[in-house]
Write a protein of this length. Structure first.
Length: 375
């Protein structure tokens, strides 16, 4: 399954706040630090424009190095997101993923990872440039009769199946993945991707998040403008951290905590994230949470985020073991760039030089603002 709905594909990103746009330095350790590969074919672009920010190579210790674990914020260690021994469910994921990749049942897109700092807001975004597509023009849109749609989840491919999570949900690998171990929590019978999330959806998703060694980011694309790609109801989950040697502090986590503190939030209260120029609401979660509690939190966030908008408005949901966030949408694409939920965690999968140049000139926050709803 494609992670986005159009030829643009969608974003896949993470960010963290940087002081004055300076380069992040990794914790000191005996580990040799090295920048991730950056494509030399993109050198012709001026990526250090002071107007929109600058691209920097990503650096940091290996994710399993003690220095990386020591750098995790205590609040995420307490919520179960810190590195722990693999649990049976995660071991099943690792086994199935390796087998599917070897058998050719799943495909991981080769990407070069770059960081772009939005200088206006001091936020750090991750860009993943698809190496195989980087220097190729986009293919023309298909003409003629459309092929009959086939549900990829009913039946699902056996080589992509990990295990059933409950009587109502199953766990599959994402066939076309940009990040390793990209997972899908899918309803076992057909339910619509336009339906709101319920306690059963959340309970199944929690099982997966709690099994991940450093936690994960679950997300739900709902509606035609959300970046949704399949009409069969499913949530997607990617492991944290989003980058090798990066922080396991989930994307936008600091902004969530700032908004929560400013509003003196309590319980599962929906809090406005006024630091951002687009409509977005969040809530902090207790250390132990249930599917029923998550459903209640989602209902409050959705009601607040979509108040005054059309009932059918598209929206994105982001969920970690620490927080939930809901962002209403008004369009899927800004120029050539498509945005799904992970755009609002901070990511773009970039398929061409045209897209990369557009993101650099426009700025990530400006893109998210244009496809989101205004306050």
């Amino acid at each position: 399954m494609q992670t986005t709905g159009r030829t643009c594909r969608a974003l896949w990103a993470g960010y963290q706040r940087l002081p004055d746009g300076k380069r992040i330095r990794a914790p000191s350790s005996s580990t040799t630090l090295r920048p991730l590969k950056v494509s030399q074919s993109l050198d012709a672009y001026n990526f250090n424009s002071p107007r929109h920010g600058k691209l920097v190579p990503l650096r940091g210790p290996q994710p399993n190095h003690p220095a990386a674990r020591a750098a995790l914020p205590m609040r995420f260690m307490e919520s179960g997101a810190a590195s722990t021994p693999a649990k049976p469910l995660w071991e099943a994921v690792l086994h199935r993923y390796a087998a599917a990749q070897q058998a050719g049942a799943a495909y991981q897109t080769e990407t070069d990872t770059q960081a772009l700092i939005d200088s206006q807001y001091g936020l750090r975004f991750i860009l993943r440039v698809a190496a195989a597509l980087r220097d190729k023009p986009k293919p023309p849109k298909a003409s003629g009769d459309k092929k009959e749609w086939r549900n990829p989840f009913l039946p699902y491919e056996p080589d992509l199946w990990v295990q059933h999570l409950s009587e109502t949900h199953t766990l599959l690998l994402n066939k076309f993945n940009v990040v390793a171990h990209h997972l899908l929590v899918v309803t076992r019978d057909f339910q619509s991707q336009l339906d709101p999330l319920n306690a059963r959806d959340f309970a199944a998703t929690l099982q997966v998040l709690q099994s991940m060694p450093q936690g994960g980011m679950a997300y739900y694309n709902c509606g035609s403008d959300s970046g949704a790609s399949q009409p069969h109801k499913h949530l997607q989950i990617v492991p944290l951290p989003f980058e090798e040697g990066g922080s396991a502090d989930p994307p936008f986590g600091q902004l969530v905590e700032e908004a929560w503190t400013a509003a003196q939030g309590s319980g599962l209260q929906a809090v406005a994230m006024r630091q951002l120029p687009f409509r977005s609401y969040c809530t902090l979660l207790p250390g132990r949470v249930t599917g029923e509690q998550l459903e209640k939190a989602f209902q409050g966030l959705h009601e607040a985020a979509t108040s005054g908008l059309e009932a059918s408005v598209s929206y994105n949901v982001l969920l970690t073991l620490r927080f939930m966030m809901v962002v209403p949408r008004r369009s899927e694409c800004c120029g050539p760039v498509a945005v799904n939920s992970l755009g609002y965690a901070g990511t773009l999968l970039v398929r061409s030089k045209e897209e990369l140049e557009f993101i650099h000139k426009k700025g990530p926050i400006a893109i998210l603002t244009e496809v989101g709803q205004p306050w």
